[in-house]
Design a protein around this ligand. Structure first.
Ligand SMILES: NC(=O)C1=CN([C@@H]2O[C@H](COP(=O)(O)OP(=O)(O)OC[C@H]3O[C@@H](n4cnc5c(N)ncnc54)[C@H](O)[C@@H]3O)[C@@H](O)[C@H]2O)[C@@H](O)CC1
Ligand SMILES: [K+]
Length: 530
């Protein structure tokens, strides 16, 4: 499992009511059980436990394990590389305070702060190599490692590696990149790595190496249900890149929306406003000249390009517009494009869309009328593409698989019907296996597929059947693509944000809220991460 997916899952447990403190307790308890077992079959006499801790959740697991190991009768010494006030993880802080509150000491616990490299040189473990009666637990760094190792951390890793003690790393050997398994400088070389929920991608890769980089791998189940991985939640927001203080206009996404016709100027407008409110810096709309005026009047924030026709008479998108659209894309360094909202079903619009999809290689979202006009074979190999149909549009788009899809119509209410729900998921997985991009199937629960995995979004409410909420979703998805998310993560987070904005809109305006209201609330949601 990629470390970022693990962190997202941890946070999404909270949406289910499962606190991260509880996960940490389970992790630390399992850790102590495994350490006790390892100790029993490795040593013939009781050993002491030395736990090195850093400032994050990894240290927190160590603090919890310490408490459980004391109960098992072990003597425990904690070597803190971070002073208590600098512990970053709140859950680790809580667990440290529990240990600190245990005074006067009855349990055999000793806590030593290592304030500088000299302190490390002075601990007994550093002075002698023969500490075979110790088990050293490495709780310095886990999935939160960033940049070069700080001096004290590096020094401690050297001490740990030089010792003869049995070494056990918590989750990831400290110093190893949890995504790639690479060691830039130095890492703890443990006899065992005890990891939680799933092995992190880098640890798995490193475990195949000829060198013994992770030792024996033990996986602890810490009670995370599969739903926490599958349901999209607040945790998915951490996939957004941090906006850098020094970045300037356009750095955080430039998108183009190609849509609108004489009857529908609202669809591209709503998509554009939601795209801006979900973080894109610049939103261009390419639309027929006759539609452009109405969009311009709606919003001063959108850059609206009225497209000319050779004879000036066409009030729908058509092949004459191709060159102008390509120029807009190239001249403005467009990062992602949304094709379809309010475009109508004119045959010439279809020709334009098919050529556009074939020609461009920036990330694409296909929505609404584009799903009825674009040949699905064209999208087969594009991995940076999202299609956002509801069930009927899905049937039209993938009409080769129509028999399978027809059977789906009666299984939308799968709250309590496990078998029908699973049947629906496998049919959709079968269909999406043939495309490289992402399918977002809109519904009471939005389903997001990438051909391998799937996610479910549960935000949103019955008020969202109002026209235009799909345009808003497509705008958000395009905005997230322009900010560097891959199509699967962008599709999933877009459904969550759109639904959540709908929930806020319902609170504010009741059931009669409008799709154009959604953008009002998106900004607040995005604020969480900036
Ligand atoms: N409730 C939770 O949050 C859970 C956390 N878990 C544990 O928490 C870990 C992740 O916690 P965190 O995200 O806090 O990450 P870490 O525990 O890896 O610690 C990150 C912290 O270490 C410091 N740091 C980062 N890079 C450094 C470097 N190069 N040199 C020195 N110091 C550096 C920073 O202060 C950063 O805040 C997992 O690996 C796992 O062990 C598990 O217990 C599951 C539940
Ligand atoms: K570790």
């Amino acid at each position: 499992m990629d470390p970022i997916d693990m962190v997202v899952t941890d946070i999404n447990c909270e949406d289910l009511g499962l606190s991260r403190l509880c996960l940490m307790e389970n992790a630390g308890k399992c850790l102590s059980d495994e350490i006790a077992t390892i100790s029993t079959f490795t040593f013939s006499k009781p050993v002491k436990i030395a736990i090195f801790t850093g400032s994050g959740g990894n240290a927190g697991d160590g603090f919890v394990a310490a408490r459980h190991l004391l109960n098992r009768g072990f003597e425990v010494e904690i070597f803190m590389l971070t002073s208590p006030k600098d512990i970053k993880s709140i859950d680790a802080q809580i667990n440290f305070e529990i240990l600190e509150n245990m005074v006067p000491r009855i349990s055999r616990l000793n806590i030593t702060e290592l304030n500088d490299s000299n302190d490390i040189d002075n601990i007994e473990l550093a002075k002698s190599e023969s500490f075979s009666e110790y088990i050293i637990i490495d709780g310095i760094l886990g999935t939160g490692i960033k940049g070069d190792l700080r001096k004290k951390v590096k020094k401690s890793i050297e001490v740990i590696n030089n010792s003869n003690a049995l070494k056990i790393s918590i989750d990831v050997p400290s110093g190893m990149d949890p995504l790639t398994g690479k060691i830039n400088d130095i890492a703890v070389k443990p006899e065992y790595t005890i990891t939680f929920h799933k092995v992190k991608t880098g640890v798995k890769k490193a475990s195949f190496s000829n060198e013994s980089l992770v030792g024996g791998l033990v996986i602890c189940d810490i009670g995370i249900p599969i739903e926490a991985e599958i349901f999209v939640g607040n945790g998915d927001l951490i996939r957004l890149k941090n906006r850098i203080d020094t970045s300037h206009k356009g750095n955080n996404g430039r998108i183009l929306i190609v849509g609108g016709n004489k009857d529908y100027h609202g669809a591209p407008t709503i998509a554009g406003l939601s795209a801006m409110s979900s973080g894109a810096d610049l939103v261009y709309i390419a639309t027929p000249e006759s539609t452009s005026l109405a969009i311009k009047q709606e919003s001063p924030d959108l850059i609206v390009k009225g497209l000319n026709n050779d004879n000036g008479s066409k009030d729908y998108l058509n092949l004459d517009n191709l060159d102008e659209i390509m120029t807009i894309i190239n001249e403005n360094n467009i990062d992602a494009i949304l094709i379809g909202p309010g475009a109508g079903l004119n045959e010439e619009t279809g020709k334009l869309f098919n050529i556009l999809v074939k020609k461009i290689d920036i990330p694409i979202v296909l929505d609404a009328d584009a799903l009825k006009l674009v040949n699905p074979l064209l999208i087969k190999d594009k991995d940076n593409l999202i299609v956002t149909p509801h069930l009927n549009e899905l049937k039209i788009f993938f009409n080769d698989s129509i028999d399978d899809l027809n059977n789906l119509s009666n299984v939308s209410n799968f709250d309590k019907d496990f078998d029908k729900f699973n049947e629906k998921i496998s049919v959709l997985q079968g269909i999406t296996r043939n495309i490289n991009g992402t399918l977002v199937l809109k519904g009471k629960y939005d389903l997001i597929f990438n051909g391998i995995s799937f996610r479910i979004n549960r935000t949103g409410n019955s008020g969202m059947t109002v026209g235009g909420t799909g345009d808003s979703l497509a705008g958000i998805a395009t905005s997230l693509l322009s900010q560097g998310l891959n199509s699967y993560d962008a599709g999933a987070l877009a459904t969550y944000l759109n639904g959540k904005a709908g929930d806020f809109a319902k609170e504010q305006y009741g059931n009669g809220f409008l799709a154009s209201h959604l953008s009002e609330f998106l900004g607040i949601l995005m604020e969480n991460i900036y």
